[in-house]
Ligand binder design. Structure first.
Ligand code: DX5
Ligand code: ZN
Length: 218
């Protein structure tokens, strides 16, 4: 199967956001990955609702919203209203993950859980049946353009085994440092969705780069 490709808008040119989003509309990108950082859960601040709404105005593809924020349960409905189609919260930021996932689903969005590089797949055992997308961080969240962490392959395999053993159709998304070199192995290990920020937006021809990733198969 072809992977889903989710370019991370964080790496785009914010001064030309409309044309960047229009470029993604014309490309083979499947989702727009939207990184929300609060300066608390991660040591960086990205952007919030007004920018997200501006993206939504032009986007013709689903918005995959990655919340790197503490207490995400306070803002789920607002992110949905701002146009989120997938809402992903960090396992490390949720005291009541089960409740928060139901809250996301109640808005009509798909529910995602992100895991930091140090967080074990075992922690998903009692929640996997409620998760639409697991986002495995392959860098420490907070910044684009970081180096891919190799232990990710092992985690994908463990997660894939869990998904198969529980007979669910949860998607495995990989976020951080994805490029043309590691993408084939990520897909071989069981990844379904590839997020790519710098690799897409720093390339000479982002539309072509997205098409190259889309050509790979898992
Ligand atoms: C990191 C973000 C990623 C990031 C990916 O905290 O969650 O989505 O934008 O960017 P690259 O592909 O440049 O690592
Ligand atoms: Zn992200």
């Amino acid at each position: 199967m072809r992977p889903l490709i989710a370019p991370s808008v964080l790496a785009s040119d914010f001064a030309n956001l409309q044309s960047e989003v229009e470029m993604l509309n014309r490309s083979e990108a499947d989702w727009l990955h939207i990184d929300i950082m609060d300066g608390r859960f991660v040591p960086n601040i990205s952007f919030g609702f007004p920018v997200m709404e501006a993206i939504k105005k032009h986007a013709q593809k689903p918005m995959d919203v990655h919340l790197m924020i503490v207490e995400p349960e306070l803002y789920i409905e607002r992110f949905r209203a701002a146009g989120a189609d997938v809402i992903t919260v960090h396992l490390e930021a949720c005291h009541h993950l089960h409740r928060t996932l139901q809250q996301i689903k109640a808005t009509g969005a798909k529910a995602g859980v992100a895991l930091n590089p140090h967080t074990s797949i075992n922690l998903l055992e009692d929640i996997i049946t409620d998760v639409d997308v697991v986002c495995l961080m392959s860098v420490n969240p907070g910044f684009g353009g970081q180096k891919f962490i190799e232990n990710t392959y092992r985690k994908i395999e463990a997660l894939k085994n869990l998904i198969i053993s529980r007979n669910v159709d949860t998607l495995i998304e990989i976020d951080g440092g994805v490029n043309k070199q590691n993408a084939p192995l990520l897909l071989n290990s069981g990844a379904d969705v590839l997020v790519a920020g710098n690799f897409v937006f720093s390339s000479e021809d982002p539309i072509r780069t997205i098409a190259d990733l889309k050509k790979l198969s898992n």
